[in-house]
Write a protein that binds this ligand. Structure first.
Ligand SMILES: C[S@@+](CC[C@H](N)C(=O)[O-])C[C@H]1O[C@@H](n2cnc3c(N)ncnc32)[C@H](O)[C@@H]1O
Length: 182
């Protein structure tokens, strides 16, 4: 066996942790919260969906939404919704316990996503937002008035979690045309 360079090992491990460890967090939070209804916006190839599915309990269900159909998986507790996120008929999905937002990472789009989906999140439901430091996303994150934490060690482009502890209408989202109607 070759002599191990411990410093290199540490550097590589740190890189791994900062790039990919939100996957482990997703698994952990599903295992910990046992949310009956999980909605993921942005499936891609299903890495995050698989992490959540691997921890889902028998009464849980994951709805995952993407414009593309790149996740070839069938599972009794999984519903793939192939659609633009803003076009999804949310009346067909139960109220949400855990929402993971990871589709288009642009402020204007994310505000619309929040306007559409947060009213469907249960009181004290948990919302995860990936890439909060990407593009022009950070001001949106900063505007949120819910109890929140940045877990940026989980992803180098930022990762946020907040609790919906009050109705959407008191949510301090940006004062622009996307502001929720009261
Ligand atoms: C960053 S990837 C998702 C990664 C996945 N959550 C993971 O961690 O493994 C973003 C995905 O969102 C999808 N997407 C982008 N804009 C979208 C939109 N407006 N509606 C639905 N899906 C969208 C893309 O097709 C892409 O597959």
């Amino acid at each position: 066996m070759e002599k191990v360079n411990l410093q290199q090992l540490v550097n590589e491990t740190k890189k791994l942790a900062s790039n990919e460890s939100y996957y482990w967090f997703l698994r952990y939070i599903v295992d910990y919260l046992r949310p009956p209804t999980i909605v993921e916006i942005g499936t891609h190839r299903g890495h995050s969906a698989m992490c959540m599915l691997s921890a889902i309990k028998t009464d849980g269900h994951l709805y995952t939404i993407d414009v593309a159909d790149d996740f070839k998986c069938e599972h009794s507790q999984l519903t793939k919704i192939i659609s633009f996120d803003l076009d999804v008929d949310l009346s067909k999905i139960p109220e949400i316990d855990l929402l993971f937002i990871d589709s288009t990472h642009k402020a204007a789009h994310v505000r619309k996503v929040l306007n559409k989906y947060i009213p469907r999140v249960k009181q004290y439901g948990i919302v995860l937002m990936d890439d909060i430091k990407l593009n022009d996303m950070y001001p949106v994150w900063m505007e949120l008035t819910y109890p929140k934490m940045e877990l940026n060690y989980l992803h180098q482009s930022g990762f946020g979690v907040f609790v919906k502890d009050k109705p959407w209408r008191s949510f301090g989202i940006a004062q622009d045309k996307d502001r929720p109607v009261k």
